[in-house]
Ligand binder design. Sequence first.
Ligand SMILES: Nc1ncnc2c1ncn2[C@@H]1O[C@H](COP(=O)(O)OP(=O)(O)OP(=O)(O)O)[C@@H](O)[C@H]1O
Ligand SMILES: CC(C)(CO)[C@@H](O)C(=O)[O-]
Ligand code: BAL
Length: 416
Amino acid sequence: MATKQCCGCIGSITRNGLSSRIASRQIRIASRPLLNTSRSLTTTQHTVTSNTPSMPSVNGQAIPSTSSSYKPTPATLPQAPFPIFTTVADFRKWRKEQMKQDKSVGFVPTMGALHEGHLALVKESLRENDETVVSIFVNPAQFAPTEDLSSYPRTMESDIAALNRLASTMSNHKQISAIFAPTVPEMYPSPDGKPFTQVVSDQIGAFVEVAGLQHKMEGSSRPTFFRGVATVVTKLFHIVQPDQAYFGQKDIQQAILLRRLVSDLLFAHPPSPEALRIMPTTRDPIDGLALSSRNAYLTQRARPHANILYRALCAGQKAWDENPGDIQATLQAARQKAKQIAEEADKDGIDLDILYIDLNDPVDLDNLENRRGKSIIDPQTISQRGAILSGAALIKEGRNGRVTRLIDNFLLGFKL
Ligand SMILES: Nc1ncnc2c1ncn2[C@@H]1O[C@H](COP(=O)(O)OP(=O)(O)OP(=O)(O)O)[C@@H](O)[C@H]1O
Ligand SMILES: CC(C)(CO)[C@@H](O)C(=O)[O-]
Ligand code: BAL
């Protein structure tokens, strides 16, 4: 799998015989806040009692849960050479032992449906720490009621198998130490017994917000997303107490916001924002598409068009390299490329709705195009600070097809 940011390699797509015809259809490049997923990403059930479809165990033995709504089905789980903890109390006992032995613990939080991008994070943790913990938890708090919580891919058995196989790819055959796969009530305990609700105005209790960062970029169309992420990651860090935690650049805003959380709230675990490691985006080696669990939603016909953002960002990067700090030239090149690809896709019956392609400041995530209008910042200053070139698009096949949200980003002129 490829992790390099760019480029030059993706001039045209030959995969699945996609032609390079350009249609004249009007393409939407929207700066409006939009998460147009209501047609297919809906659930009417906003309260959640259970999370994982088949709940695990330690080595296939059922662990009694503290939650009465939770029904373990260990028979469906493969044997694993590492413990799978489902309760905070059990996990904490294990963690205490590692503390006593002064073992360093690396942590990779995930929502499961593991792919090579996740596994690259796990491998890095295996290389850098004595012990590695992977969490698998589809966090309801980061899904809006209209989003795809109920249909999010849950593949616990193959996830365990993939993690198990990983050891054979390590030079020292090192294995992960544990999986933490809690239920929803375990992560969102409720003294009054009410099930967790995704409706923010109905929630009672402690939630974590990172002001000034959570409503920009992805947060403009997913206004409660980063509140849900910051809350669950705070809980996970308190439980796992990692020395280092591993996140992907694919979700760049999430990683930057979480570093700020660690810094501002003086977390002891991980002990510094830098100990929250941000690893490069793993891509399809042939066409550059950023790997993502939701790519599983893509139809065969839509898949060849799904690398739209990668190709657009490559065009933007080229323009930036020619004129570092030139916001307009960079955005124009990227948006023009995206428009062209969307027109090609339209000819093939694939609808590509480009939500945004923007440049943002790496620290405060301000939109550089808008900010420039207010107070002119010269290209030299911008090129010195660097910028995040990112985009989001919705892709679907046919009028009533399922909508898949795509995101991607490149770091221009700075490193994390
Ligand atoms: N292609 C990738 N390269 C590197 N890291 C990745 C990649 N995809 C996901 N990650 C990282 O793995 C961690 C867990 O992500 P998650 O389980 O949400 O998977 P995902 O593929 O991002 O799913 P989704 O499709 O829901 O966005 C996050 O830190 C995320 O940034
Ligand atoms: C960090 C995370 C595991 C929190 O649920 C999730 O947002 C993800 O997988 O990127
Ligand atoms: N990796 C981000 C998880 C989400 O989009 O819900």
